[in-house]
Design a protein around this ligand. Sequence first.
Ligand code: FE
Ligand code: CA
Length: 519
Amino acid sequence: MSKRDECSPGKSLRPTIFRPTRREFLLYVGAALTAAACGDDGESAASPEAGPELAGDPFTLGVASGDPLAESVILWTRLAMDPLNGGGMPDERIAVSWEVALDAQFRTIVRSGTERAVPALAHSVHVEATGLAPDTWYWYRFGAGRWTSPTGRTRTLPAADSSPERFVIALASCQNYKDGYYHAHRYLAREDIDLVTFVGDYIYESGVEGNVRDHDGPLIQTLDGYRNRYALYKSDPNLQASHQRAPWVVTWDDHEVRNNYAALNVPGLSAAAARALRAAAYQAYYEHMPLRLTPPDDFADMGLYRALVIGDLAQLHVLDTRQYRDPQPCDGAPGRCPSARDPGRTILGGEQKQWLKDELTTSTALWNVIAQQVVFAPVDFGGSFINPDQWDGYDAERQELIDVFAAHGNLLILTGDIHAGGFARLHAEPRNVESPRIGYEVVGTSIASGGDLGNLGPLADAFRDRHAWVEYINAVKRGYALCTLSRSDLRVEFRTVTTVVEADAELTTDASFTVPRLG
Ligand code: FE
Ligand code: CA
């Protein structure tokens, strides 16, 4: 089939990202690739106009890669000569070349091409580099005019029919720029990992004044505001280094839009205003993340949940617990909140829940990994108070899923949001440790959010003692978690930095656990 045939109008593309079965997923990727190769005007991508000469370095925001498959990976950058002020780019399309090589010196280039960065998408670039070998490290870079980007390293997944011995996922979340420095990213960028999964609060939407560093502007209300905020965060060299280390698989939590929002419920906004805010926020998220996604017609509805297959070792499901959820019970206020147990309340929304159930029911992977936002295990603050923003606020749906998990065990849930580290055992009756164990939850503390806290040791110990299913809690230290999946067990290492408010920090391993694969 010629390129022209593939690009013929009328070929149906799914409007949003894959929420499919594995087979549909592969079909979808093929369609998305065709769309990307066609450009937005149907011209051949092989002969783009050169565009204007750029007076300054447009690669101020670094590079990233993400959503790897066995034979392809998404490569990202965004051109921004004046990143904190709308990007500072001419209001026209700009040709961006890209190269993928087997070595950091680009002696052996295996794939290359040219894309266009368009003003409507803030001159962001999402390239799908295809035809790669499975389970292989690659290096990539971009060019625009006389400028060359930093070099990133990325990796394809093991082939679906292969049997990997191990796979290392780094878990990170919550990087409030105002609360501290990204020392954790500096160390993460040195780890021996296959993948980073970032489970939300990549930016915070709040106003200027910070504890350690200031934000660039007031509470975000507009697309330009979100773009500048991503640019501020991405100007951090440690965050850039972390992206350059390995592919990322990302999802959002609340602060990418507004604190504790639920679907179209944003405090103080009408549903229409909330929808407009969400469209701006989701568009900026798309523009700044290495997502395998065709931009939707309406960014207010941007499907993000998806699954990746890591040989026969693991299947990684990435969830969105914000876009479709019912409002938090009890107005979201921590308390006893009996209505949290009302049946029929949803945190996933019906379609995503059914998709997840179908994926789990058909998965034959040794590990079913779920990367998501809010704490899944029951947490009884103060002995009886719950946080209704967590799965505790959606008790019936949690039990419904647990009943599916129980039949298809080997569950590993990766969680962010709460700015604390934790390791819990998940049970068929989540508060009854005598009931069958169905898996584990790792809560990965925060990169920076919360800053340095004093010693809460006795409080943390009391908390852990009240929760027989909780093995470990770190309420004060920032960092990330490494999860090494093997065919027989899971190793979790909680890496923490000594401070995020000082200009330098050391890395320690706060705790580590090796637990068996169940069943
Ligand atoms: Fe957070
Ligand atoms: Ca959050």
